[in-house]
Each structure stands twice: as structure tokens, then as C-alpha cells.
Design a protein around this ligand. Structure first.
Ligand code: ZN
Length: 137
């Protein structure tokens, strides 16, 4: 057959979204690689398809990072949300994104609390706060 239809190719999403790339797209400077990282996995509520009850297949994950302050150091919390798909009905199941104190912001709640307490309770100006902040190395 001369004009046989080409087999339709399915677009396969990347196995994981790179947080460095997401930061670039969002306009942030990526968080330094040498900071201590803590991974938190958010599993979906359902272990089978909520529509048809079929078995789910893992096909990727969304990864986002949040900068957090612990006394005298910073750490990066890496939120990993694995994605599953139902092969029967193509339903995608994923846990909801964790809430952030500032939508699409990098700062975690402890970091924001530290900044606010330093500014309004300790009366430390931002330049002094920045100079006295723990080094990023
Ligand atoms: Zn299904």
C-alpha cells in the first residue's frame, strides 16, 4: 500500500520535570545545588483509577522546590508528586500541589517567618539581615 497511514505516535511526557528548568521558565534563579535537600513525596489519594477502578501505571512526576530556613542554615524542600495514568480510560491521577505561603514563590513558611520576625520584632534592616544570614556554602 502506497499511502498507508503512519502509526500514530503518542507524545510521552518527560519522566520528571527538572526543577532547574522550571525555575528558568518561571524567571527565578535556580536554587544552588550544594544546599541540603529534603525530598517529600506526595502520593495520590487513589491507588486505582477513580473512574473505572483499573490499575494505574506510573508515567512521570512533577517536582518543585521550596527554600526553607532552619536555624543557621537553609535547606531546599523538593516536593515530588508522582503521576499515574489509567491505561483503560487515560485518566491521569496526581496528588494536589502543596500549598505555598506565596503562590509560585520559592520561600517556605519558616523562611518568611524568620524574615518578618527579624524585620518587625528585632528591627533588623534587610541589608543587615542579608549580611548576617548563613552562608550559602
Ligand atoms: Zn480508568
Amino acid at each position: 500500500m502506497l499511502f498507508a497511514p503512519k502509526p500514530r505516535q503518542r507524545r510521552v511526557p518527560a519522566a520528571s520535570r527538572d526543577p532547574q528548568r522550571q525555575a528558568f521558565v518561571a524567571g527565578w534563579k535556580p536554587l544552588p545545588e550544594h544546599l541540603k535537600r529534603e525530598a517529600v513525596t506526595h502520593a495520590p489519594e487513589h491507588t486505582c483509577c477513580p473512574d473505572c477502578g483499573g490499575a494505574l501505571q506510573h508515567f512521570g512526576e512533577d517536582v518543585s522546590e521550596q527554600l526553607e530556613y532552619v536555624p543557621d542554615s537553609f535547606k531546599v524542600i523538593r516536593h515530588v508528586r508522582p503521576k499515574f495514568a489509567c491505561p483503560a480510560c487515560e485518566r491521569v491521577v496526581e496528588a494536589p500541589a502543596p500549598s505555598r505561603p506565596i503562590e509560585r514563590g520559592l520561600a517556605g513558611p519558616a523562611l518568611l517567618a524568620h524574615v518578618l520576625v527579624s524585620k518587625f520584632c528585632d528591627y533588623v534592616g534587610f541589608p543587615v539581615m542579608w549580611r548576617s544570614a548563613p552562608k550559602w556554602a
